[in-house]
Design a protein around this ligand. Structure first.
Ligand code: FE2
Ligand code: FE2
Length: 290
């Protein structure tokens, strides 16, 4: 395997794994405040799925010869990146709907082509991830559907969530193709099968009719169907905001890394207990074998 190919995969898969587990944080915020037992159970299941996605991806990454603890250390020290979307706060219950619909929806657009990426362990991990992401997307849409069918106040809450999450969701596809330093090489290696701008366009085209069905307005005055292109035209993304959040200046960057570190430290006893149990078990297995 060429060294640069390996390095690129490690960067991408680790970044993806980090995004899965950091993505649990904005949602955990709502477990105790979900409006019903049903919604609480759904939120818990979704958050647990994201932990599982992290595990598959860290495992896939380890097949490339890196150590999971080192990857986590890079996340905790701020050296490794994760999706900038998780540095935005989830202020209301409607945000849980918008996150499922838009953020998981954008993740699906990105990840379905990755099921056929050129590195097998990554592609195989993506198959199950995508099935679960599509459940996440639907539960988000269903949450918003319930809100838009509710009171005026609930409908307003749904619109407000869409207003805040729309643009950051478009940023999830990464920089414009002209400014993306990795895209051309990753396409040549067939790690990526579509460019950032192609995926962003697919997402806009798929999501606009879904917003119409909800009776919500996408916060983009330039959004318009282009008959000639057969796609929606849309406005310019605020790239200053995008790069600013990536640099660590988003509303929640510090809090997210702090919470991840705390989760790692508070979980030390679980890792120690699991290791001790494993050692005890393998000792008694050896005794039986002898
Ligand atoms: Fe996920
Ligand atoms: Fe998800």
């Amino acid at each position: 395997m060429p060294d640069d190919y390996r390095k690129t995969l490690i960067r991408q898969i680790a970044q993806h794994a980090h995004s899965e587990i950091v993505g649990m944080l904005p949602e955990a915020n709502w477990v105790t405040r979900a409006p019903s037992l049903k919604r609480k159970a759904i939120a818990l299941a979704k958050i647990q799925d994201e932990a599982g996605h992290g595990l598959y991806l860290y495992s896939a990454c380890e097949t490339l010869g890196v150590d999971r603890d080192d990857l986590l250390e890079e996340l905790h020290s701020g050296k490794a990146k994760y999706s900038s979307i998780f540095n935005y706060p989830t202020l209301t219950w409607a945000d849980m709907g918008a996150v499922g619909w838009l953020v998981d929806g954008a993740a699906i657009m990105n990840q379905v082509p990755l099921c056929r990426t050129s590195y097998g362990p990554y592609g195989r991990a993506m198959v199950r991830v995508c099935k679960e992401e599509s459940f996440h997307q639907r539960q988000g849409y269903d949450t918003l559907l319930a809100l838009v069918r509710g009171s005026e106040e609930q409908k307003k809450m749904a619109q407000d969530a869409l207003n805040r999450w729309w643009w950051p969701s478009l940023m999830m596809f990464g920089p414009a193709d002209a400014d993306s330093k990795h895209t051309a090489q990753s396409m040549a290696w067939k790690i990526k099968r579509f460019t950032n701008d192609e995926l962003r366009q697919k997402f806009v085209d798929a999501t606009v009719p879904q917003a119409e069905l909800l009776g919500l307005t996408i916060p983009d005055p330039d959004l318009k169907w282009n008959e000639e292109r057969g796609h929606y035209d849309f406005g310019e993304i605020n790239w200053d905001e995008f790069y600013n959040v990536i640099k660590g200046n988003g509303a929640c960057n510090k809090q997210r890394v702090h919470d991840r570190k705390a989760a790692w430290d508070n979980g030390a006893w679980v890792r120690e207990a699991a290791t001790a149990y494993q050692e005890k078990k393998s000792k008694s297995n050896n005794t039986v074998a002898a």
